[in-house]
Ligand binder design. Structure first.
Ligand SMILES: Nc1nc2c(ncn2[C@@H]2O[C@H](COP(=O)(O)OP(=O)(O)O)[C@@H](O)[C@H]2O)c(=O)[nH]1
Ligand SMILES: [Mg+2]
Length: 562
C-alpha cells in the first residue's frame, strides 16, 4: 500500500488545471502559440496523469514504450508479452491505435476514464486510430502495464500529438532507440524533456550489432552522461526475429528490468513517486510560462482597447463640435425652419407679445403645409450624417492603428468588415435621431402645459416651439457663432432682432440645453455600441486581469502544497 499524497496537493493541482483551462491566449502576441501549447499540455497532463495518480497511488504502474518510427517498440512489447499483441511492421506508420497491455486483474484500472479520460477505449483487436486498445495477458505481472505508443516522429501530426500525450501520462518511460539512430536529434529532445520533468526512465538500445556493441554502448553511455540523463541502459543485440518476436537470450536485459519491477512493490512505488514528484515540481515553472503569456496578452489587450477609446472619444468630440459650430444650421435645416416659423405675421405677433393674439397666431405658425415634416427630415438627415461620419471615421481609425500591431492585425483579418462602422450604427442613428425629435417635442409640450415656457415660445405652437428648441441646440451651444449663422441665414421675414429675441429667450436656452444633453447622450450610446464591436473581440481573445490573478494564486498554491 502506497501512502496517499496530501489531499491539498490534489486540490491545488485541480485548481491550477481549471484556471489554466480557462485562460484565453488568442491574441497573436509573440510567444502566444508556445504558451497555448504549454497550457494545453498542462491541462492534459493534469487530467491524464497528475490528478488520477494523486488520487489513486495504488493503481498499477503504467510504463509507456516510446521512441522513433521503426525503433522496434511494438516488437519489444510483443516480445515481452510473448505474443503479438501490437502489430509491428515495415510499412509505416504502423502503430496508429496505441495498445495497452496489462494483467487481466489490472484491466479495471484502465477501462474507465480514470486516466486519459479523453482517449476512447476499445477492448480486443482492431481499434480505430486514436483509440486506446486494451489487451490483457497473464504474461504481464499484476501492477505493471505496458503501453505501446505511436511514434514520436510520426509523419501524422495527430499521431505525434497522441504520443506526446501518452508519454506525459506515464509513470515511467521505456524509451526505445536503435544502434543506427540513437544519435538523432528528435529522441534527445524527448529524453531531455523527460529528464527536466523528472520522469523515471529506462532506455533500450535496440538492434545493436555484435561487433559494434562496445563502441555503440559506450558512446550512448557517454551521451547520456553529458545530458545528465539518469536512466538504465538496456542493450538488445541485433538478432533475427523468431515468429516476429525477439528471442529469449537477446531480450534478457529488458526482461530482467521488467521482472525486477514486477517483483518489487517498493521499487514500483518509488518509480511512481519519482515521476509524480518530478511532474509536480515542474508545474510552477511550466505554468509560469503561461502566466507570463497571459500578462503579455493583458498588456496587448489594454493597448488595443486604448486605441478604441481614443478613436471613439474623438468621434464624440466630433459630434459635439458639429453641434457647437452651428454648421448643422447651414442650408436645408435653416431654410426649412424659416418656412415653418418665419412669416411676417408671426414676427409681428412675436414682437407685439400680445397674449390675446396667441390663438390667432397658432394657426399662422403651423405655417406652410408640410413644412414641419420637411424640417423634421432635414434635421434628421443632418444629424444622421454627422453621427455616422464620426462613427465611420472612428472605425477607420481603430482599424488603422490595430493594423500596426500583430495582435490587432490578426483580429481584423479574422473579422471581415470590422474597419467599417456597423450597419447597426446606421439603423441606431436613424432610430435615435427620431427618438430625440420626439423627446424634444414631448419636452416642449410638457413644459408648455406646465406653463413653464415663455409666452414667446408658446406662441409658436408645439411644432414651431419644438423645432425652435432643436435649432437652439445647434445655434446656442456655441454662443455667438450659432446665432450668427441663424442671423446670416435669415430671410427678410425674420429680422435680426426677432431672431435674437427668440434664441436669447431664457426658456429656449434652457430647453435647448436639455435637448442637447439628451442628443449627446444618444450619440454617445450609438458610438459606444459601435466601439463595443472592437472591445468584444479583444475581450473574447484575452484573459482579463481577474483570470490572471486567479492563475497566479493557483500556481502559488501548487508551489506551497508540493
Ligand atoms: N531483425 C530484427 N528486426 C526487428 C527487430 N525489432 C523490430 N524489427 C523489425 O523492424 C520493423 C519495425 O519494428 P516495429 O516493432 O514495428 O517498430 P516500431 O515502429 O517502433 O513499433 C519491423 O519490420 C520489425 O519486424 C529486431 O530486434 N530484429
Ligand atoms: Mg509500432
Amino acid at each position: 500500500m502506497i501512502p496517499p499524497m496530501r489531499p491539498e496537493l490534489s486540490e491545488a493541482v485541480g485548481r491550477l488545471r481549471d484556471e489554466l483551462s480557462a485562460v484565453r491566449l488568442d491574441l497573436e502576441v509573440p510567444g502566444a502559440a508556445e504558451a497555448r501549447r504549454a497550457r494545453d499540455d498542462l491541462v492534459a497532463q493534469a487530467d491524464d496523469y497528475l490528478l488520477p495518480r494523486l488520487s489513486q497511488m495504488d493503481a498499477p504502474v503504467l510504463m509507456v514504450v516510446g521512441g522513433s518510427t521503426g525503433a522496434g517498440k511494438s516488437t519489444l512489447v510483443n516480445s515481452l508479452v510473448g505474443s503479438v499483441v501490437s502489430p509491428a511492421g515495415v510499412l509505416r506508420p504502423t502503430t496508429r491505435a496505441p495498445v495497452l497491455v496489462c494483467h487481466p486483474d489490472d484491466l479495471r484500472w484502465f477501462q474507465d476514464d480514470r486516466i486519459l479520460p479523453h482517449v476512447p477505449r476499445k477492448t480486443g483487436a482492431s481499434a480505430a486510430p486514436g483509440t486506446l486498445q486494451l489487451v490483457t495477458d497473464t504474461a504481464l505481472p499484476v501492477g505493471l502495464a505496458l503501453l505501446d505508443a505511436p511514434d514520436i516522429d510520426s509523419v501524422l501530426a495527430e499521431n505525434r500529438a497522441l504520443a506526446n500525450q501518452l508519454l506525459a501520462a506515464a509513470d515511467g518511460w521505456l524509451f526505445v532507440t536503435t544502434a543506427l539512430r540513437y544519435a538523432d536529434a528528435v529522441p534527445w529532445e524527448f529524453l531531455r524533456a523527460a529528464r527536466d520533468r523528472g520522469t523515471a526512465m529506462s532506455v533500450v538500445l535496440n538492434r545493436v550489432p555484435g561487433d559494434a556493441e562496445r563502441e555503440v554502448t559506450s558512446h550512448m553511455t557517454e551521451m547520456m552522461r553529458e545530458q545528465s540523463l539518469d536512466a538504465d541502459l538496456l542493450v538488445v543485440p541485433e538478432v533475427a526475429l523468431e515468429n516476429e518476436l525477439i528471442p529469449r537470450e537477446a531480450l534478457a536485459p529488458v526482461r530482467r528490468w521488467l521482472d525486477g519491477l514486477a517483483a518489487d512493490a517498493q521499487a514500483r512505488a518509488e518509480l511512481i513517486r519519482r515521476t509524480l514528484t518530478g511532474a509536480l515540481a515542474s508545474l510552477p515553472a511550466r505554468a509560469g510560462t503561461v502566466e507570463r503569456a497571459v500578462a503579455d496578452q493583458l498588456a496587448a489587450a489594454a493597448e488595443l482597447r486604448a486605441e478604441v477609446d481614443l478613436a471613439y472619444a474623438a468621434a464624440r468630440r466630433e459630434v459635439e463640435d458639429a453641434l457647437r459650430s452651428g454648421s448643422l444650421l447651414r442650408g436645408e435645416v435653416l431654410a426649412r425652419w424659416h418656412e415653418v416659423v418665419g412669416t411676417g405675421d408671426v414676427m409681428r405677433a412675436l414682437q407685439s407679445r400680445i397674449g390675446s393674439a396667441r390663438d390667432r397666431l397658432k394657426s399662422i405658425v403651423t405655417g406652410k403645409p408640410g413644412a414641419g415634416e420637411e424640417l423634421r427630415v432635414a434635421v434628421e438627415h443632418r444629424l444622421e450624417a454627422v453621427v455616422r461620419a464620426a462613427g465611420e471615421r472612428a472605425a477607420e481609425r481603430v482599424a488603422r492603428s490595430w493594423r500596426e500591431r500583430v495582435a490587432g492585425r490578426a483580429l481584423l483579418e479574422a473579422t471581415p468588415g470590422l474597419e467599417r462602422a456597423a450597419d447597426r450604427l446606421r439603423l441606431d442613428t436613424e432610430e435615435q435621431v427620431r427618438a430625440w425629435q420626439d423627446f424634444v417635442m414631448d419636452l416642449v409640450r410638457r413644459e408648455g402645459e406646465a406653463k413653464r415656457t415663455s409666452a414667446r415660445l408658446a406662441s409658436l405652437g408645439v411644432n414651431g416651439a419644438g423645432f425652435t428648441v432643436m435649432l437652439g441646440v445647434f445655434a446656442s451651444t456655441g454662443g455667438i457663432t450659432g446665432l450668427e449663422v441663424v442671423v446670416a441665414g435669415g430671410t427678410s421675414a425674420l429680422g435680426q432682432k426677432v431672431l435674437e429675441a427668440i434664441f436669447g429667450d431664457q426658456a429656449v436656452r434652457e430647453l435647448a440645453a436639455e435637448a442637447r444633453r439628451d442628443l449627446i447622450d444618444r450619440a454617445d450610446e450609438i458610438l459606444r455600441a459601435d466601439a463595443a464591436r472592437f472591445n468584444a473581440l479583444v475581450e473574447g481573445a484575452a484573459t482579463e486581469a481577474e483570470g490572471f490573478a486567479r492563475l497566479h494564486a493557483a500556481i502559488d498554491a501548487v508551489r506551497r502544497a508540493s
